[in-house]
Structure formats: C-alpha cells, structure tokens
Design a protein around this ligand. Structure first.
Ligand code: AMP
Length: 286
C-alpha cells in the first residue's frame, strides 16, 4: 500500500487506474481504525479494482470545545490495518495541504444538516460536506463508501452528490457492532470499563424501543421511556432520541415504512451516537 501526502501525488497515482478502466473506490476516514472502518474497505474491495482510504482528522467539523486535539491518532497502526485488508492507497494529507492559507469556501448543506446531530453541532455537516466534496474532487472515484453508523452523514452526502452533480455512487455500509451491540466507534476507546458497560444500554434500548414501535403505536411514550432508561442505566444526558423518516429525517409520531430511531447520548465527556431501523433487525447485528 502506498501512502500519499499531496493532492498532486494522489491524482498522479490514480490517473493510470482510471485510464485503464479500473473502478476506483474511496473510503474517507478520520483514522483510529476499527473493524467498522475495515468493513467499508471490504465493501470497496468487492466493488472496485483500486481502493483508496483517506485519513484526515478534519478540523472544520469540530467546534472549539470538541475533541479535535484529543481525537485518537495512530497513523502507523492504521496503515498496517489497511494494508492487511488490501487497501491500495492511503491518502493522509497534512491540514495545510487541504486548507492552505487563504482557504475560504464552504459547502452549506441545507435543512438535512440542521436536525439531530446538526442541532447539537451547528457547523458539523457543513464541515463534513466541504471535506467530502474536496476528497471526491481530488480522487474522482467511481464509488465512495460511508457507514450507516453515521446515518445522517450518509444522507447529507447523498444530497451533496446529487445537488453538485458529482459523478460518484455513494454506497452505505451497515453498522458493525461489538458482541453486546455497541456500535464500533473510534470514540469507544475513551470509555473506561464502567462506562463501557453502561454504553451497551444504548443499542439495547434502541432495539427494544424499535420492537415496541413496530406495530405503529404512538411513539411519544416509548421514546420518553427510552430516554429515562438511558439515564437510569448511567448515561449523563441524552442529546436526542427521536423517531424519524430515514429518507429526510422528518420526525414521526408513529412508525411506518422507512422509520428509524436516532440517538445521541453522553457518558461523561464521551458522546455516543447510534441509529436503529423500525422494525429492528436481530440483536446484535455484528
Ligand atoms: P470516522 O473515521 O469516524 O469519520 O468514520 C469514517 C467512516 O467509517 C464513516 O463513513 C463512518 O460512518 C464509518 N464507520 C464508523 N464506525 C462504523 C461502524 N461501526 N460500522 C460501519 N461503518 C462505520
């Protein structure tokens, strides 16, 4: 696997593949890789002859009070994991390569970015959309892979690609989970043993609530009970726990086709997010 730092080198490396008609698959990440990320690489490997992962902790999607400086970074280990699963290129640019002095533009994603995560983290999706648009334009892939773990992000990126006529297929990949159902996340490594035990309540309560809502009963009482359940389990606070239409994130009063639960909750200083379709799949879905 070749590691590339410069946009010009990335373009030069990918050009011959494109000219030979080899499909290019892109997997953007912020590193601290786990099996969830590697599932995206496997999905890309199955669809594309040339697989490119990117590793860039994007300062523009962190607010000043968030964990940008502390975000886990271990490029050497990430590169080893990627090489082991057959990734062809790792693009790991410095911040100045992506945002050189004078950089001023940003993509505004509209109402999809205002709900749920966007309501709590106001500039988050504009930051995500700007970096993803840049990475797509830099690498010009045939397909790009994103996890359903960050379901709202997947929707925002589908919207971005449709709105900007970017010629790339966006592929969503199911969430990889630990044996107790906790969605794999780079931030799980912040959890100590006690917090890690409490964290398992999030998928469990989402799965139970999804099962309860499948018959189309009014959602308000089960949602309130789920929030109370998370707090009782030991979560410090719940940013949101909502039933939404998974196509446009419209809040739903009761489950119907395309209903999905979305949640974000805090365990001390660690913030976990997850989402669960209604009706629920088997638990856990690892
Ligand atoms: P991140 O490095 O957290 O920005 O994530 C990079 C990509 O990996 C995003 O498309 C995420 O949705 C995806 N991802 C993160 N965790 C998981 C998981 N547990 N299962 C599947 N995809 C994931």
């Amino acid at each position: 696997m070749q590691i590339l730092r410069r946009i010009a080198d990335l373009r030069a490396a990918l050009r011959p593949h494109r000219q030979a008609g080899v499909a290019i698959g892109l997997v953007p990440t912020m590193g601290a890789l786990h099996d969830g990320h590697l599932a995206l690489i496997a999905a890309a490997r199955a669809r594309a002859g040339c697989v490119v992962a990117t590793l860039f902790v994007n300062p523009r999607q962190f607010a000043p009070h968030e964990d940008f400086a502390a975000y886990p970074r271990d490029e050497a280990q990430d590169a080893e994991k990627l090489a082991a699963v057959g990734c062809d290129y790792l693009f790991a640019p410095a911040v100045a390569e992506i945002y050189p002095p004078g950089f001023a533009s940003a993509i505004s994603v509209g109402p999809l970015g205002d709900r749920l995560e966007g309501a709590i983290r106001p500039h988050f999706f504009n930051g995500v959309a700007t970096i993803v648009a840049k990475l797509l334009i830099q690498s010009l892939p045939d397909c790009a892979f994103f996890g359903e773990k960050d379901y709202q992000q997947l929707l925002v990126i589908r919207r971005l690609v449709a709105d900007l006529d970017l010629p790339v297929e966006i592929v969503g990949v199911p969430t990889r989970r630990e044996a107790d159902g906790l969605a794999m996340s780079s931030r799980n490594r912040y959890l100590d043993a006690q917090a890690r035990r409490i964290a398992a309540a999030l998928p469990k309560i989402l799965a139970e609530t999804a099962a309860m809502l499948r018959s189309g009963v009014p959602a308000a009482a089960p949602l309130a009970a789920a929030i109370a359940g998370l707090l009782k389990a030991g979560f410090s606070s719940v940013d949101y726990l909502e039933l939404c239409d998974e196509r446009d994130l419209r809040p739903l009063a009761a489950a119907g086709p395309g209903a999905r639960l979305f949640a974000a909750a805090r365990l001390g200083s660690t913030r976990l997010i997850d989402n669960w379709p209604v009706p629920p799949p088997a638990f856990p879905t690892a």
